[in-house]
Design a protein around this ligand. Structure first.
Ligand code: NDP
Length: 333
């Protein structure tokens, strides 16, 4: 069984040397009574939060650090190939966290949920119909509280979460403007903004003459500072992530100098963690699978072939090379 092992914690930017591929023996049978499930990995999810787990101490982050010398744990879509668990049967498809390898043993079937291959392509359960999509829904609806006619700005708009935010907000009747890091990512966004461009304040003026009611925050740093100068009275900022600082020590990150706008404009700025809202997932999937079928929502994936290229795909995503949800195709069912 080929697995992806974390061998060192990155200092600053992640490099391929932080990982190694290791072949280990694996018994493909289960002891009766153990309750475990054995999976064949089909698709592995490549997510920014993994960077936060690749550090010695938890710091201000919400997930435990990965252990060195052990496989990293990622969300995946898999096929059940052996099961001693009444809930999961051989041949079924499931999503959930696994120790990343061609095969994975999930003790007690913990964290797994069944997915329906007839509703959408299986990989979509890592993106549109999985945690990133639900993240967009939670941040937008529960914190952003969109109303028809609201002016909404979303950063990392062509990414796994951003693509869903933009489209759901349009369906709610908002006017949506998104920022992306390069020209060729221009897809459903109406506006391009270089992530380096500090002249963003001018651009925001041009695209938001009426100001911003909702800013869906994915990147932090200078972008947040620019947005705060354009936020409207009673504006809402769902804080989903602050990707621009993930490869920097926190003491080296960009400071935001104009937070006082939050006071003067009575802004609600609130962080959230999607895993606290997983109980909404079944309802969310029904709603969004409906939109998908009706053609009201589109999704895009950035597929990398082969488990051995997981590190490449992860580093590429952190550098903005992905257009749509970054996933690794590990095997076919
Ligand atoms: P994406 O698919 O959006 O991929 C990351 C994108 O971030 C890149 O493609 C790039 O887009 C952009 N980016 C990278 N570096 C920078 C930078 N220095 N400045 C600005 N943008 C940058 O990832 P996700 O959709 O999975 O994640 C988006 C955000 O949502 C992240 O902050 C993530 O941590 C957060 N998240 C939070 C969750 C929660 O529960 N709170 C759950 C899931 C995700 P571009 O080149 O276009 O700038």
């Amino acid at each position: 069984n080929k697995q992806v092992i974390l061998v060192s914690y990155p200092k600053g930017w992640v490099t391929e040397d932080n990982f190694r591929i290791e072949e280990t023996d694996m018994h493909l049978s289960l002891k009766p009574g153990c309750g475990h499930v054995l999976l064949q990995t089909l698709w592995a999810s490549v997510d920014p939060y993994l960077r936060g787990r690749m550090q010695e101490s938890k710091g201000g982050l919400y997930a435990q650090p990965f252990q060195l010398g052990k496989p990293i744990v990622v969300r995946a879509v898999s096929k059940v190939i052996a099961s001693d668990n009444q809930e999961f049967h051989v041949g079924e498809f499931v999503a959930g966290p696994i120790s990343l390898g061609e095969y994975a043993l999930v003790e007690g079937g913990q964290g797994l949920w069944k997915v329906d291959p007839n509703l959408a392509p299986l990989s979509y359960y890592l993106g549109l119909l999985g945690a990133p999509g639900l993240t967009a829904w939670v941040g937008l609806n529960l914190i952003g509280e969109p109303k028809r006619g609201d002016e909404l700005f979303v950063s990392a708009a062509a990414g796994a979460v951003g693509l869903v935010v933009g489209q759901l907000a349009k369906l709610k009747g908002c006017r949506v403007v998104g920022s992306v890091g390069s020209d060729d990512k221009f897809w459903q966004c109406t506006f391009l903004l270089s992530r380096e461009g500090y002249d963003s304040i001018q651009h925001l003026d041009r695209y938001f003459p009426q100001g911003i009611d909702i800013y869906f925050e994915n990147v932090g740093g200078r972008m947040l500072e620019a947005v705060l100068n354009h936020i409207n009275l009673n504006g809402r900022i769902p804080v989903c992530g602050m990707l621009s600082g993930y490869n920097q020590e926190w003491t080296e990150r960009e400071g935001v100098r104009n937070l006082m706008n939050i006071v003067g404009k009575c802004v609600k700025m609130q962080g959230f963690i999607v895993s606290h809202h997983f109980y909404h997932l079944p309802t969310y999937i029904q709603e969004v699978a409906g939109y998908l079928k009706e053609g009201k929502i589109k999704y895009k994936e950035h597929v990398t072939e082969g488990l051995e290229n997981f590190a490449k795909s992860f580093i590429g995503m952190l550098k903005g090379e992905n257009f749509g949800k970054a996933v690794v195709h590990v095997s076919d069912p």
